[in-house]
Every structure is written in C-alpha cells, then in structure tokens.
Design a protein around this ligand. Structure first.
Ligand SMILES: Cc1cc2nc3c(=O)[nH]c(=O)nc-3n(C[C@H](O)[C@H](O)[C@H](O)COP(=O)(O)O)c2cc1C
Length: 305
C-alpha cells in the first residue's frame, strides 16, 4: 500500500532517512534500514576528509535543534567502505541508498558523483548547507546560475538519478527549483536547515555553538518546509522529497498534499527513536485505510484550493 515509484526506482515505502542524521557509518545506516526506512541517505560526502566545526556542534532549542556540524566526513573514497559492508543486506531487505554529496564547484561535484555512483541508487546534491562556508553549501544553492551549472555537470557525469537538495534561505525558492530542473534534476529535496540561528549562554555571554551560528531543524520548521514543497510543486514537474520537522504519519499526509512524492526524516529520530520509520509508516497506512484513500489520491491535493 505504501510502495511508490520515483525516478524510475521503486521504494517499499516513501519514508526515508535524511542526510547527516545517523548516516556517519554503515552500521548506523543499517540500523535505520532495519527500522523500516524506505531509503537511507548518507552523510554529505566530499572529495577530501573534513573535520567540521569545533564543538559543540548541536544544541537543542525550543521547537527543534540548531546544528553547525560543518560537513564532517572521511572523504568519499574512505566512506565507500562503509557502503560496501551493508550493500548486500540493504538489497535483501529492499532499502535504497541515497548518496549525499557536496563540492565547491561543478567540477568537484561531478568528481565526487562519479566516485560514489557505483555504490548508491540515487545521488542527492547538497547545495544547501547554511553553515559550510568557503563557497560550499548554500552559497551555491542561493545562486540560480551556479546551481544550474552544478546540476548539469553532475548529470553529464553519471547515469543514476540525481536529486537536488534546496535551501529555504532564499527570497524565491521557485526560481532555484526551476533552475535546477532546467539543469536536469530528476527530483528535488526540500528543505535543508533553516537560518542560521544562534543561542547564547547568559552566564558567560558566549555563543553556545562552536561555529556561533547553526541551521534550525525539527518541528518548528515544518510549516516553512511545507510551504517550500507547495511552491516548488507549483512550478516544476519532477518529484519532490519533503523534509523538515516530520515526526508523524499525519505530517507525511500534509507534505504529500503539498506535493511531496516521498519524505525524509532527520531530527524526528531524536524525538521518537530509531523505529520512527515503522511508526510513521503505520500511521500513514492507518490514515489512508480509514479514509479509503491511496497515496496518489492525496498527492498535490492542497493545490485544488
Ligand atoms: C545534526 C544534523 C546534521 C545534518 N547534516 C546534513 C548533511 O550532512 N547534509 C545535508 O544535506 N543535510 C544535513 N542535515 C539537514 C537534514 O538532512 C534535514 O534537511 C533538516 O534537518 C530538516 O529536517 P528535520 O527537521 O527532519 O531534521 C543535517 C541535520 C542535522 C540535524
């Protein structure tokens, strides 16, 4: 009942693990897969090893979390070993792998994409991290021309489907959605973290995060993520993967009504535990059964009004 098809690939359910949350190792991805995710996404990977920002990198705030990890990762070639160890198992239980990548320019993105392509089912281009700095992340995703170049470069380099993850931190997300789709994006993921924001320790006056500023995730950003999905759906024809504050099956229904074909869950894992994927799928299935609906009946429903 929950199986979907997207970019020519079938998924046993539309509830995926988001990039950067529990995706540091193969073992962590396997755990999320075992707990019912339809697909799991790696931590964002770059060409070279990156140690990320100094601690603390995550702080809980009202309504969610602020994080400024700074894209820590062992580099794509090293990380491949993690995937080699779990690939067969994930295939057996029919869980797809999304490889999240970043780069500083179109060439670097294409290079990482080519290295990772044999080990994953889809790629997700992270052009949207709000705290990466140095020309990475949202500095690309806030520029329609550069976003277009990155996407078309990767599309020329690989054969597997390419999803592009957008930042909400732009004045018009529709403009970026159109640019990446014209660049050849097979799907759009929306959204990466919001902000950045900050928290200050009033005993010392010191900003709490090592990087001072971090991107907001969790329940508080759900209305913004939902609006972004709704707006993107109104201007492009490619599938949209909604992400931002999703913790329940009813949240998924809302995202599907806004136009999402599938969703990703990040911070929700902290709120409801590793088995959040099972819980959400059960709630989604109950909603559909009780209302005698199929997923296709609710996709984009909010646009009828
Ligand atoms: C600790 C943490 C690390 C993250 N790392 C990445 C990352 O490496 N790449 C990426 O594209 N998004 C990353 N994100 C963003 C999430 O994938 C997601 O887009 C965002 O958190 C909103 O979803 P949520 O409210 O379900 O967490 C990270 C989020 C958190 C909380």
């Amino acid at each position: 009942m929950l199986n979907i098809e997207m970019c020519g690939i079938s998924f046993k359910n539309p509830v995926f693990l988001a990039a950067g949350v529990m995706g540091e190792t193969g073992a962590a991805l396997k755990r999320m897969a075992k707990n019912g995710a339809g697909a799991v996404c790696t931590k964002s990977l770059g060409l070279e090893k990156r140690s990320g920002h100094r601690n603390p990198t995550v702080v809980e705030v009202e309504g969610g979390f602020l994080n400024a990890m700074g894209l820590p990762n062992p580099g794509v070639k090293e990380y491949i070993r993690e995937l080699e160890g779990i690939r067969d198992y994930l295939k057996r239980i029919d869980v797809k792998i999304i490889g999240s990548i970043y780069g500083k320019d179109p060439r670097e993105f294409s290079e990482v994409a080519e290295i990772l392509e044999p080990y994953v089912d889809l790629l997700e281009l992270n052009i949207s991290c709000p705290h990466a700095g140095g020309g990475y992340g949202a500095q690309i995703g806030q520029d329609p021309d550069l976003s277009h170049k990155v996407v078309s470069g990767v599309k020329d380099s690989v054969k597997i489907p390419v999803m592009v993850k957008l930042t909400p931190n732009v004045s018009d997300i529709k403009e970026i959605a159109v640019a990446v789709t014209e660049g050849g994006a097979d799907a759009i993921t929306a959204i990466n973290t919001l902000g950045p924001g900050m928290v200050i320790d009033i005993r010392t006056g010191r900003p709490i995060l090592g990087n001072k500023f971090g991107g907001m995730s969790g329940k508080a950003i759900k209305p913004i993520a939902l609006r972004c999905v709704y707006e993107i759906y109104s201007v492009v024809d490619v599938p949209i993967v909604g992400v931002g504050g999703i913790t329940t099956g009813h949240d998924v229904v809302e995202f599907m009504m806004a136009g999402a074909t599938a969703v990703q869950v990040g911070t929700g894992v902290y709120y409801r535990g590793y088995d959040i994927f099972y819980k959400i799928c059960k709630e989604l299935e109950e909603y559909l059964t009780e209302n005698n609906l199929k997923i296709k009946d609710i996709l984009g429903k909010a646009h009828e009004f």
